[in-house]
Ligand binder design. Structure first.
Ligand code: KIV
Length: 298
C-alpha cells in the first residue's frame, strides 16, 4: 500500500491512535478503488479531535459555521477572519484528516487574484490543506489561479448556499434537462480547471451518479444520493444539536439537543436545591491550617 493510501484507516474508528495524513491523492485512489470517501464539518478543537479520532477522511471547516455556530439565517455574513479563527482551532484538533477551508462569500468572487490571496491565507494562517469554493464556469479562472499556486481546490455545485438569493432559496438544483446539462458541464469545467474534488449538494441522485461516473475527480454528495464517490454532512445536523428544522437528506445519528437540555436543567436544579457542589467536588483544608488562618485574621 502506498504511503498516501487511507483504506486501512477508515475502519479503525474510535480506537485509532495515529494514522497517516490523508492527502488529495488518497481521495483519487479511493475513487479508483470504489471506496466511499467520508467527510464531516467541524468548527472547533474538541469536535475536530473526536471526528479525526473516529477515522474520517476529511474535515470541512464549512461556511455553514455562519448558521450552525454563529446563529445567522444564511451563510452570507461570515467573514474570512471568522473562518480563519475556526480553521485554526480545527487544525489544532485534527492531525490526520484532509482539512478543507470553505471560502466565504465575497472572498473569491471579485477576481482571481483576490481568490488566490484568500485561498493562500487558509493554508498559511488557517492550517488547512485545501480550500472549497462554490460555483461552476464563472469560477474557472479563480480555480485555475489557486490550483496554479499549488493549493488544492474542491468545487461545489448544485445548491450553492452563497447564491440563495439568486436561486430563490434553499432548493434542489438540476431537476430539469437543461439545468442538469449545465450542471454536468460545470462539473467538467471544474475538473478541467484542476479541482481535485467536487461537492454536489441537493441534486437528483441519478444526475449525481451520472456526473460521478463521467468525471475523474471524486464527487462528495450531500443530498445527492448514494451514487457519489463520498458523502459529507454538517456535523451539527448529524448530532441533532438543534430542535429546529433539518433538511430531508440529513440522517440524525444522535439527538444531542435533548441530552444537552437535560444536563443544563439538571445542573440548574441541583444548584437551586443545593445538591451541587457535593463534598467530592470540594477542595479541603486541614484543621491545623484552618486554625492558623483563623488566628491570623483575628
Ligand atoms: O458549509 C458547509 O458546511 C458546506 C457543506 C454543506 C458541504 O458547504
Amino acid at each position: 500500500m502506498s504511503t498516501t493510501t487511507i483504506s486501512a484507516t477508515t475502519s479503525q474508528h474510535s480506537t485509532s491512535t495515529s494514522r497517516k495524513k490523508v492527502t488529495t491523492l488518497a481521495f483519487r485512489q479511493k475513487k479508483e478503488r470504489g471506496e466511499p470517501i467520508t467527510m464531516l464539518t467541524a468548527y472547533d478543537y474538541p469536535t475536530a479531535a473526536a471526528i479525526d479520532k473516529a477515522g474520517i477522511d476529511s474535515i470541512l471547516v464549512g461556511d455553514s459555521l455562519a448558521m450552525v455556530v454563529l446563529g445567522y439565517e444564511n451563510t452570507l455574513p461570515v467573514t474570512m477572519e471568522e473562518m480563519l479563527h475556526h480553521a485554526r482551532a480545527v487544525a489544532r484538533g485534527a492531525k490526520s484528516a484532509l482539512l478543507v477551508g470553505d471560502m466565504p462569500f465575497m472572498s473569491y468572487q471579485v477576481n482571481a487574484e483576490e481568490a488566490l490571496r484568500n485561498a493562500g491565507r487558509f493554508l498559511q494562517q488557517g492550517g488547512m490543506d485545501a480550500v472549497k469554493l462554490e460555483g461552476g464556469r464563472e469560477r474557472a479562472d479563480a480555480v485555475r489561479a489557486i490550483v496554479g499556486a499549488g493549493i488544492p481546490v474542491m468545487g461545489h455545485l448544485g445548491l450553492t448556499p452563497q447564491s440563495i438569493h439568486q436561486l430563490g432559496g434553499f432548493r434542489a438544483q438540476g431537476k430539469t434537462a437543461s439545468a442538469a446539462k449545465r450542471l454536468f458541464e460545470d462539473a467538467q469545467i471544474l475538473e478541467e480547471a484542476g479541482a481535485f474534488s467536487l461537492v454536489l449538494e441537493s441534486v437528483p441522485a441519478r444526475l449525481a451518479e451520472y456526473i460521478s461516473r463521467h468525471v475523474s475527480i471524486p464527487t462528495i454528495g450531500i443530498g445527492a444520493g448514494a451514487g457519489c464517490d463520498g458523502q459529507v454532512l454538517v456535523t451539527h445536523d448529524l448530532l441533532g444539536l438543534f430542535d429546529r428544522f433539518t433538511p430531508k437528506f440529513v440522517k440524525k445519528y444522535a439527538t444531542l439537543y435533548e441530552v444537552m437540555n437535560k444536563a443544563f436543567a439538571d445542573y440548574i436544579d441541583e444548584v437551586e436545591t443545593k445538591r451541587f457542589p457535593a463534598p467530592e467536588h470540594t477542595v479541603e483544608m486541614n484543621d491545623e491550617e484552618w486554625d492558623a488562618f483563623v488566628k491570623e485574621i483575628k
